[in-house]
Design a protein around this ligand. Structure first.
Ligand code: HEM
Length: 476
């Protein structure tokens, strides 16, 4: 069914719904990620693909990525015998890379402006993961005002806007010393060449790059490290590969070395299979009436694709719940959006344009963490103590990796707090429902990941599509 939605009916399902929060942060849909499909989106997508995410542009930022990763390695090495919080430092690594790529700024510890920007960014993520009543019941938007959510959104937006204004002003200042062309420079250049690009468009694209490009990559790196901490034999094999390919004398792995790391690449794919950072992709919206799996789908139906469930389907995957990178060693399945068994970056017209940038950052960081350090769990902590539960929401998924401790030279210990295991949030049985506002909804469609839908579902208004391509017409 995912193939039907994202490939056969790509053109019918390639729009995005207008939601309160994303419309605000995208300056009324002037960005790429949430702009509805149409001439504007096509123009913007072309600018982004050609100017911002081309192979040449991504290569031009290679030194930034390598420099930031080597700073990360240095900072871990210098914390000998001091606890290191892997989650925190990897989050700050991806943030620094994206901020330098986007507007040549980075987080300076202790700097008031940097910490203020981090605070604003965290607040934005919290708001993006919040439930706005108006998104489902437009006439009840007053509830969001009453709860104070709307005011929080306005405040955070205004503060971020002021930050972007300052960044753009700095970039157009003729006295500015420019070391390399960053994304703001490129967008200002495109603006000069007459495309109707206003400041609002530039700020909206910056919002996209920051929200889409930071936690997706850091979550993947942290999940990979958590899986490797639980699976020492896989970690040893990956480490052996990196160390043999790169050679003992080299301080750090460089991007030029990555093509020789087939097993590490399989580890990354397996991580994306089990822990897709965007488990339901980005919300799609149908643009016209069409038929999927024997059902008629009305225009403006919201569609979630359960990439998480697809990647764990026992009909497709042998030992689906097991972390087993070997499965990819001789497999033609990739993550580019062509193999519908694995679509962590989505597929079709809306496929993630930052795929190469994201994958390079993840592979480079992981290879270096494996090359430079030996990792093991501290005494007394068992692999079962690692909390591998996924958490729902746009806030993405992060395993809780507590402080890591350097035991001896180049030996890091990952320590997770041993706390009672909470009930796992299981996407498998989480129905993804999507409706057509304004309420009362004209139509409700449900697509299920795996497993049979519960009994109440058959009496639910609207139609039910179960499994992938196994629509049961009796269910209507
Ligand atoms: C591991 C890293 C990443 C993952 C797993 C990921 C995943 C995704 C997914 C699932 C989508 C939605 C695709 C769909 O609707 O079919 C998406 C869209 C998008 N991603 Fe990524 N992403 C990653 C990194 C990045 C980076 C580094 C950037 C930019 C700096 C980026 C920018 C975007 C943008 C702008 C869109 C919206 C595209 C559109 O609607 O036309 N992503 N990403």
């Amino acid at each position: 069914m995912a193939r039907e939605v994202l490939k056969l009916h790509d053109l019918d399902f390639c729009s995005r719904p207008q939601l309160v929060c994303t419309s605000k942060y995208s300056y009324d849909n002037k960005d790429l990620a949430v702009a509805p499909y149409g001439d504007y989106w096509r123009k913007m997508r072309k600018i982004c693909v050609v100017e911002l995410f081309s192979t040449a542009r991504i290569a031009s930022f290679q030194s930034i990525r390598e420099e930031e990763v080597s700073l990360l390695i240095e900072s871990i090495s210098s914390s000998l015998l001091v606890p290191v919080n892997l989650t925190e430092i990897v989050n700050s690594l991806t943030m620094n890379i994206i901020c330098r790529v986007a507007f040549s700024k980075k987080n300076k510890p202790g700097d008031h402006k940097s910490s203020e920007f981090f605070r604003l960014f965290k607040e934005m993520q919290a708001l993006l993961g919040s439930f706005f009543v108006a998104d489902f019941f437009p006439l009840m938007g007053w509830v969001d005002k009453l709860t104070g959510l709307r005011a929080r959104l306005e405040r955070n937006f205004r503060e971020l806007d002021a930050f972007y204004e300052e960044v753009i002003d700095e970039h157009i200042d003729p006295k500015r010393v420019r070391t390399r062309q960053d994304i703001v420079d490129v967008l200002l250049h495109v603006q000069d060449n007459s495309l109707d690009l206003t400041r609002a468009h530039i700020k909206a694209v910056l919002m996209d790059i920051l929200t889409a490009g930071t936690e997706t990559s850091s979550a993947t790196i942290i999940w990979a490290m958590a899986e490797l901490a639980r699976n020492p034999s896989i970690r040893r094999r990956a480490q052996e590969e990196v160390r043999n390919a790169v050679g003992g004398s080299k301080e750090c792995v460089k991007e030029g070395d990555l093509n020789r790391l087939r097993y590490v690449k399989s580890v990354v794919k397996e991580t994306l299979r089990l822990h897709s950072p965007v488990p339901l992709l980005l919300l799609r919206e149908s643009m016209r009436t069409c038929e999927v799996g024997g059902y008629q789908i009305e225009p403006k139906t919201r569609v979630y694709v359960n990439a998480w469930g697809i990647a764990r389907d026992p009909k497709t995957w042998e030992k689906p719940e097991e972390f087993w990178p070997e499965r990819f060693m001789d497999s033609s399945i990739d993550v580019l959006g062509q193999s519908f068994e694995l679509i962590p970056f989505g597929s079709g017209r809306r496929v993630c344009p930052g795929l190469n940038l994201g994958m390079t950052t993840v592979e480079l960081t992981l290879a270096n963490l494996l090359h430079c350090f030996d990792w093991k769990l501290p005494n007394g902590i068992r692999t079962d103590d690692l909390d591998m539960d996924d958490a729902p929401g746009l806030k993405l998924l992060l395993p809780i990796l507590g402080p890591a401790k350097l035991k001896k030279r180049k030996r890091i210990t990952i320590q997770t707090p041993s706390r009672p295991k909470k009930a796992s949030h299981n996407w498998k049985f989480a129905p993804t429902w999507f409706s057509l506002p304004p309420f009362p909804m004209a139509f409700v469609t449900e697509i299920w990941g795996l497993g049979a839908p519960p009994a109440w579902a058959s009496s639910h208004p609207g139609r039910l599509l179960s499994g992938y391509g196994e629509a049961d017409p009796q269910a209507t």
